[in-house]
Design a protein around this ligand. Structure first.
Ligand code: GAL
Length: 427
């Protein structure tokens, strides 16, 4: 029997054990067998601050649903998995997989599938009734050749500007101003600069890629942006050149110490009023809320100018690694993760939207209500910096080009590097 076959058999057996509880019997917590035992190492990059608070909330539900399975925290710090992904890659290469690991829906997940590193868990979806929990378009992003490979935990939005109204007033700006385009926004960023505040806070390389993706989205529009990933938009063309010129202008208005910061530090500059604006995914809302800040009073949140009506999408999901030591414990984790209870607790704390349509979001915060509304009606684009749009190897090359620009300031050189990266990825 092959390793894969053995794992699947074990999963099926464990699934059979759990099935009665998943259908709801005397377990008030809504999922889990409660009788399974063992341990599960959960590998994420949610190691600190508000991200860890989200993970902790999920672990609490897991401990309730599966009291005899030990949660082992395998988190490796570094936003967007900037360090975790390398650690994970070497563990997978040396056949030392964790119980489960975080992987973004979309192209990043496809990387792991193609390398034979994660199991097809379609059978678990059927046995445990998970299929009904998730909307079809989301499941499609987790499916390859008809098989589903992970359980989504959340949906995040990447194209959000966070602003400090007090800082804007200090710079003589109207916090209620709405910016239609990047140009309108840049005009006000210049005024912030004149007032001696940081116009736009940013952190290390991946946050710069994150900013770049939103600028590309603003300037190219959804269709043009999508075309970057299938070769129909020319990375060496004039449209990208103009977008990169805007990126260059924006980067010229960021904090000097960016390379030594990660996203929480850059967001903190806005929370503290040292910076007027920050572009970050909506996990940032959890940092504002954690510090008691109130939307529309202490901070503002809106789509990056030029991306109104677009939801720049990403989703975290969790896998069953090939060769994982205790597949039944992994299944238990995935079961809690899929459940409405798990998704409510996790997403409320994390700032994201539940992937599970049965989760109750009525007591989610005001920012999250806007995200729920936008996700339902906006055009959806796939995030580059967070694994939805491009495979890891391409993202790595783009990150190198962006980092190189960050130290040389050579914007034409960046365009050539980005065009070469696209050529390499698309052939
Ligand atoms: C993303 C991830 C989010 C959040 C963010 C910052 O890649 O999907 O859940 O953790 O990184 O670390």
């Amino acid at each position: 029997m092959t390793r894969t076959r053995r794992v699947v058999t074990a999963i099926v057996a464990a699934g059979a054990l759990m099935a009665p509880m998943a259908c709801g019997d005397d377990d008030d917590n809504g999922g889990g067998s409660g009788s399974a035992s063992g341990k599960v190492e959960v590998f994420t990059w949610w190691a600190e601050g508000s991200e860890k608070a989200g993970l902790d909330a999920l672990v609490e539900v897991f401990n309730d649903q599966y009291p005899d399975i030990e949660f082992v925290n395998g988190a490796v710090a570094g936003g967007a998995g900037s360090d975790a992904k390398n650690v994970l890659a070497s563990r997978l290469q040396t056949n030392d997989p964790p119980g489960t690991f975080q992987a973004h829906a979309g192209a990043e997940l496809t990387d792991y599938i193609e390398q034979g590193q994660i199991e097809d868990i379609s059978g678990l979806y059927e046995e445990n009734g998970w299929t009904d929990y998730f909307p079809e378009p989301l499941l499609e992003r987790l499916t390859v050749d008809g098989a589903i490979y992970s359980v989504p935990s959340n949906i995040h939005r990447a194209n959000v500007v966070w602003a400090n109204p007090a800082a804007l007033e200090k710079a003589g700006l109207d916090p209620a101003a709405e910016y239609e385009t990047l140009d309108d926004w840049i005009a006000d960023l210049e005024k912030v600069e004149d007032a001696g505040l940081i116009p736009l806070s940013i952190a290390t390389d991946w946050t710069q890629v994150h900013l770049l993706e939103t600028v590309l989205l603003a300037d190219l529009g959804v269709e043009g942006y999508n075309g970057l990933w299938d070769g129909t938009t020319d990375w060496a063309g004039d449209d990208v050149k103009e977008a990169l010129a805007d990126y260059d202008t924006l980067m010229g208005m960021t904090n000097q110490d960016r390379q030594s910061l990660d996203w929480p530090d850059a967001t903190q500059l806005v929370i503290d009023g040292d910076a007027a604006f920050n572009v970050m995914g909506d996990w940032a809302v959890a940092a504002f809320e954690e510090q008691g800040k109130v939307l529309d009073t202490d901070y503002l949140a809106y789509p990056v100018p030029g991306t109104q009506g677009v939801f720049d999408f990403l989703a975290d999901s969790f896998t069953m690694p090939v060769g994982t030591p205790e597949p039944d414990s992994t299944e238990a984790w995935l079961d809690t993760l899929a459940s409405p209870e798990g998704q409510e607790a996790f997403n409320k704390a994390k700032g994201s939207i539940p992937a599970n349509v049965e989760a109750d979001t009525s007591d989610f915060g005001p920012y999250q209500q806007t995200a729920i509304e936008s996700y339902a009606q906006d055009d959806i684009a796939s995030s580059l910096a967070h694994g939805a749009a491009a495979p890891i190897s391409w993202l790595t090359d783009i990150t190198s080009a962006v980092a190189k620009y960050g130290s040389t300031g050579d914007v034409d050189g960046m365009q050539s590097d980005l065009a070469a990266a696209a050529e390499k990825a698309l052939g």
